[in-house]
Ligand binder design. Structure first.
Ligand code: ZN
Length: 146
């Protein structure tokens, strides 16, 4: 078992200058999400927790989340704050038992193209680039196999 040092990320070893928009998104050759998993009951969270909401356990371990899943719920958002392009699809994706809230991307945002149970896979997208050329990378889910 390796000890993780949260204050020394491996950013310097990455090929491209990219930083993930959220700290549970791991970039690189095989981008994926990492959840905090309760060691007592197995509940998974993407935010930082001091205690488990399901069992009050206080120890967590990192768990890789599968990069493919099924759309369990979705909403087509047609009104949003200024500057946010609409419409877009906000969804809950079940990745082999782990629920992930994310937007669906690379799909027409309408009920003909987005369906419950649709198979999707994790996809990253560049959100913005700063003056040093460092890309901020976010994620969404796109349809599997077009
Ligand atoms: Zn728990």
């Amino acid at each position: 078992m390796t000890v993780e040092d949260p204050f020394r990320p491996e950013v310097g070893e990455m090929m491209a200058k990219q930083i993930p928009l959220v700290d549970y998104l791991v970039l690189g050759d095989d981008p994926h999400l990492v959840a905090n998993q309760c060691t007592s009951c197995g509940a998974r969270y993407f935010d930082r927790r001091n205690g488990c909401a399901a069992c009050a356990g206080t120890t967590f371990t990192k768990a890789d989340v599968p990069t493919t899943g099924e759309v369990r719920a979705f909403t087509i958002v047609t009104f949003a704050a200024p500057g946010i392009p609409v419409p877009y699809v906000a969804a809950v994706v079940d990745c082999d038992g782990t629920s992930v809230r994310a937007n669906l991307i690379n799909v027409e945002p309408d009920p003909e193209h987005v369906t419950l149970g649709m198979k999707v896979r994790l996809a990253t997208e560049t959100i913005g680039t700063d003056q040093h050329g460092t890309e901020a990378v976010g994620f969404g889910f796109e349809p599997l196999g077009g």
